[in-house]
Design a protein around this ligand. Structure first.
Ligand code: ATP
Ligand code: MG
Length: 461
């Protein structure tokens, strides 16, 4: 193959490689840095490797005055800091895994050759090595040819060897295919399907991190969302990953909806909605769960009513199980709960303002976004969504009118209210504040101490 990539290794890395050479070892860059250089894509981190053992690497770095962080000495991993850069060095090794698909090898043996090391890596495109000093490429598994064909393939001829060792690799496979816009070689995908149950042995945090990356796959290298995010989600489903890791979503597969409004079944619709929304993780998580309770409701009561209320609970529980942080869980669950608001877009302007005032700017904006994505994801086209356009106009107007969206933006304090009404500290003060906020959502000009006093007295009467 005629690829002669130009590597632009910086002086720090070259200096490190020279020190390795003094020890009789060649330093290689491997993984994403090499793959992306060949593809002309952005580089996120630099993984380096050689035959030097971790203790030798530590000692060499100490002498040179480079800071090191032992990342997993037993696995041969040492992070080296030089200047502003961090380089993760992993000694050549070959791994052995236990039965089941747990991500961590039970035994590792350090290896002398790059060839051995290559076959413990997951995919051919991730197992291309570049000699830091000469730029020469070593490609023991045929990764260059696969890059040329834009193909994901395991390093081993029998893909099951690779995928059955570590279930996480199945999600990585779908993720790289999504991010890079690569196809997956047939035998590799067949093995992924077979090995998918092994994902049950992978920690929730790792599953979460891969899911996050797939939901944001369009952002990584700029592949359009329908070719990256949507495709990644569909690959997860086709491989059987959704069944194992997200059974709540799997229930939505094949659930048909009113063809007057929907081109897709519930699961497909949620995938489209996520892919067609703005690239924001909380929003996309809300999208991917927004109709999750439709099958539950259908089974329970013969229709889908109340799927927003029930969906909030399912979304919260699922996202907690996957160990998303609280704020992500709550914002996504909130979107699921409210995605049916003003569905026909005919709510009175006053009603909109009161709700928006209560929800605040950020949540209201996110609700506009999910509404837009929901309608677009019903037909698979980037149509204009009238209710979202109207909501945004109303919200903009509220912002322009300096509407207070929280108690701290009101032109009075709790003490003022107690003073005006001659009442002691009590929950009543909070109730009055809420009523004042609701009033000001519609009449923002009344947010002055004089007017608020009059209104508070009216309310309390
Ligand atoms: P990115 O550009 O997203 O960082 P990457 O290919 O560098 O992509 P990393 O997760 O940084 O991916 O891993 C670096 C390299 O380590 C990979 O290219 C691959 O060779 C190897 N690797 C990482 N995780 C695994 C795994 N679970 N199984 C086998 N090899 C792995
Ligand atoms: Mg990397």
């Amino acid at each position: 193959m005629n690829i002669t990539p130009k590597f632009d290794f910086n002086n720090d890395l070259i200096r490190l490689a020279e020190l390795f050479r003094e020890r009789g070892a060649t330093l290689f860059v491997v993984g994403g840095h090499v793959r992306n250089t060949i593809l002309g894509k952005r580089i996120s981190d630099t993984d380096i490797t050689s035959r030097l053992r971790p203790d030798e690497v530590l000692e060499l770095c100490e002498r040179a005055g480079f800071k090191t962080v032992p990342k997993g000495i037993a696995f041969g991993m040492v992070e080296i800091h030089i200047g502003d850069g961090a380089y993760e060095h992993t000694t050549f090794r070959s791994d052995t895994y236990s039965e089941g698909g747990a991500h961590r090898p039970v035994g590792i043996a350090f290896a002398e050759s790059l060839e051995e090391d290559a076959f413990r890596r997951d995919f051919t495109v991730n197992a291309i090595y570049a000699d830091v000093l000469t730029g020469r490429i070593h490609d023991p598994t045929g990764g260059l040819a696969d890059i040329e064909q834009r193909l994901m393939r395991t390093t081993s001829k029998d893909p099951e060897d690779i995928l059955s060792d570590d279930g996480l690799r199945i999600m990585r496979l779908c993720r790289f295919a999504a991010e890079l816009g690569f196809d997956i070689e047939e035998k590799t995908f067949a093995a992924a399907k077979k090995c998918a149950p092994l994902l049950a042995d992978i920690s929730a945090e790792r599953v979460r991190d891969e899911l996050k990356k797939i939901l944001m796959a369009d952002v990584k290298y700029g592949v359009p969302a329908l070719d990256s995010v949507l495709r990644g989600l569909k690959l997860l489903d086709a491989a059987g990953v959704i069944d194992v890791c997200l059974p709540e979503l799997a229930r939505c597969r094949g659930i048909e909806q009113n063809p007057k409004f929907h081109r897709y079944n519930v699961l497909e619709h949620m995938f489209y909605t996520a892919a067609m929304s703005k690239p924001d993780l909380k929003l996309r998580l809300g999208c991917v769960f927004h109709d999750v309770a439709k099958p539950v409701q259908l089974e329970r009561q013969g229709n889908m009513h109340g799927h927003d209320v029930e969906g909030e609970l399912i979304a919260r529980e699922t996202l907690k199980r996957l160990r998303f942080d609280n704020s992500t869980v709550e914002e996504a669950a909130w979107l699921v709960r409210h995605h049916m608001f003003d569905l026909d877009g005919r709510a009175k302007e006053k009603t909109l303002k009161r709700r928006f005032g209560r929800w605040g700017v950020e949540r209201t904006k996110a609700l506009c976004d999910i509404r837009e994505a929901d309608f677009r994801g019903s037909v698979g086209e980037y149509i204009e969504v009238k209710s979202a356009v109207r909501w945004r106009r109303v919200l903009d107007e509220m912002i322009k009118d300096s509407t207070p969206f929280s108690a701290s933006e009101l032109a009075c304090t709790g003490a003022d209210i107690m003073n005006w009404l001659g009442i002691p500290p009590s929950p009543r003060v909070g109730e009055i504040k809420t009523a004042l906020l609701e009033h000001c959502a519609v009449h923002p000009k009344d947010n002055t101490p004089e007017r608020l006093m009059r209104i508070a007295r009216d309310i309390a009467r």
